[in-house]
Design a protein. Structure first.
Length: 132
């Protein structure tokens, strides 16, 4: 999957070049996606958007943990193999399966919890990212 030129570029990107704040930025971005997927007061939820943002948040939790360990791979299935010993490995597998072939959607609350655990595990909450 993915654009071949982009995948090629990612394959040659040394994970050691990732900045300390990258995991925190990734988790923050996906937390925003989760929040934006919630319906406005009185509106019905967009189930597809909630499912999409929930899966993306769980995958971000996996990726942030891998980045914090100095591990990464351009292909999602390879990253899943790298994450098999991490907490939430079963949830990561469900999110990847949903994204690639469909299947049981990830619940919003499960995604939120996975993001919060990843923030704690990666110490992303201690990332200053240029702010005083």
């Amino acid at each position: 999957g993915g654009t071949p030129a982009l995948v090629s570029t990612l394959a040659s990107f040394p994970v050691g070049r990732a900045e300390a704040g990258d995991a925190g930025r990734l988790l923050g971005n996906r937390a925003a996606g989760l929040i934006l997927a919630l319906p406005r007061s009185g509106d019905a939820p967009d189930a597809r958007q909630v499912e999409l943002q929930s899966a993306k948040a769980v995958i971000a939790a996996m990726d942030a943990r891998l980045l914090a360990r100095g591990e990464y791979a351009p292909k999602l299935r390879t990253r899943l193999l790298l994450a098999k010993s991490l907490p939430d490995a079963a949830l990561f597998a469900r999110a990847v399966e949903w994204k690639l072939v469909g299947g049981e959607p990830i619940q919003w609350d499960d995604a939120r919890s996975a993001l919060l655990r990843a923030v704690e595990d990666t110490r992303a909450d201690r990332t200053a990212d240029g702010w005083p």
